[in-house]
Ligand binder design. Structure first.
Ligand code: NDP
Length: 284
């Protein structure tokens, strides 16, 4: 994929990757989902996002089956640890279990799924230990708001955080007020989850929006592609749409070629305004 996001250590990743929440959970869809992920990888969507939580490890296992025999160095595998496992007692076991399910010996990125009761300093120390052991290449966080990021920056090695993965789509722009500027200032790329607002389920009427339709028509594109093009427009955001259908995977891949004009972004701003005050983080 031509459009890439550069992480702070210089590693480049495609600006559109593949999410896997709810995938791998139904036997009758397994092959179709595997084919969808494979088609994405073949087309350059080599970043795969998963978590130990997803289907209790079933999404990680689907990835394991999908990537078997592939050149591992082409892939960028992301998984997440539950907050209650993100301390000395469990994180090493959790990480090993994720690696086993995915059939790999390292993760490219390991995220704290959301903040829990374990002190950030302990989680960061464990993440650094996993890095030393070669089990992960880098680590990051998810569902962190600005105050969480500030706290993270105050703990030893907290600044080694590679990304923050949060909910972001055209109709949920709260992070643009202060979190996104903070992340830009501190050179922390955004991983945008639910970039399709779960096919519009998170915002009724999104896929029926005449404004998005007009923009889509301008590019002979679909509304999903406009949503993805919007999410990755700044060059430092990685969107991770999820689909279990090959045709949607390829459609999402092609969104990386859609570049919205200033005028189109103004139309979006009018219809789906960015906030003018602090809005707390949206989560699912
Ligand atoms: P998305 O916004 O990616 O939407 C997924 C839905 O969109 C599915 O129903 C899918 O259905 C549909 N879809 C995908 N592509 C298209 C298309 N081209 N046209 C029409 N419909 C489409 O929602 P997710 O919640 O899955 O978020 C994406 C990923 O982000 C997750 O899978 C997960 O990896 C990550 N995530 C992380 C969270 C965190 O706390 N860190 C929380 C939530 C998500 P179909 O299969 O039929 O294509």
């Amino acid at each position: 994929m031509e459009r890439q996001v550069c992480l702070s250590d210089g590693r480049k990743v495609p600006c559109i990757g593949q999410g896997t929440w709810f995938l791998g959970e139904h036997r009758d869809r397994f092959i179709r989902e595997q084919e969808a992920l494979t088609a994405g990888i073949d087309a350059g969507m080599t970043l795969l996002d998963t978590a130990e939580m997803y289907g209790n490890g079933k999404a990680e296992a689907l990835i394991g089956r999908t990537i078997k025999g592939m050149d591992r160095s082409r892939l960028f595998l992301v998984s997440k640890v539950y907050p209650h496992n993100a301390g000395r007692k469990n994180i090493f076991k959790s990480c090993m279990a994720s690696l086993e399910r995915m059939g790999t010996d390292y993760l490219d990125l390991y995220l704290l799924h959301w903040r829990g009761g374990i002190p950030l300093s302990e989680t960061v120390a464990c993440m650094e230990q996993l890095k030393k052991e070669g089990k992960i290449c880098r680590w990051g966080v998810s569902n962190f708001d600005t105050d969480d990021m500030e706290e993270l920056w105050s703990v030893p090695n907290g600044k080694n955080c590679a990304v923050n993965q949060v909910l972001y789509h055209v109709a949920s722009r709260g992070i643009e007020y202060d979190l996104l500027p903070w992340m830009r200032d501190h050179k922390v790329p955004l991983m945008a989850y639910c970039p399709l607002a779960q096919a519009g389920n998170l915002r009724r009427g999104l896929y029926g929006s005449p404004v998005l339709k007009e923009i889509a028509d301008n590019h002979k594109a679909t509304i999903s592609q406009v949503l993805l093009a919007f999410a990755v427009r700044d060059g430092s955001t990685i969107a991770i749409p999820r689909t279990g259908r090959k045709e949607h995977t390829l459609e999402n891949r092609a969104a990386a070629e859609v570049v919205l004009t200033g005028e189109e972004l103004d139309m979006i701003d009018k219809e789906f305004p960015a906030p003018s005050r602090k809005v707390y983080l949206d989560i699912v």
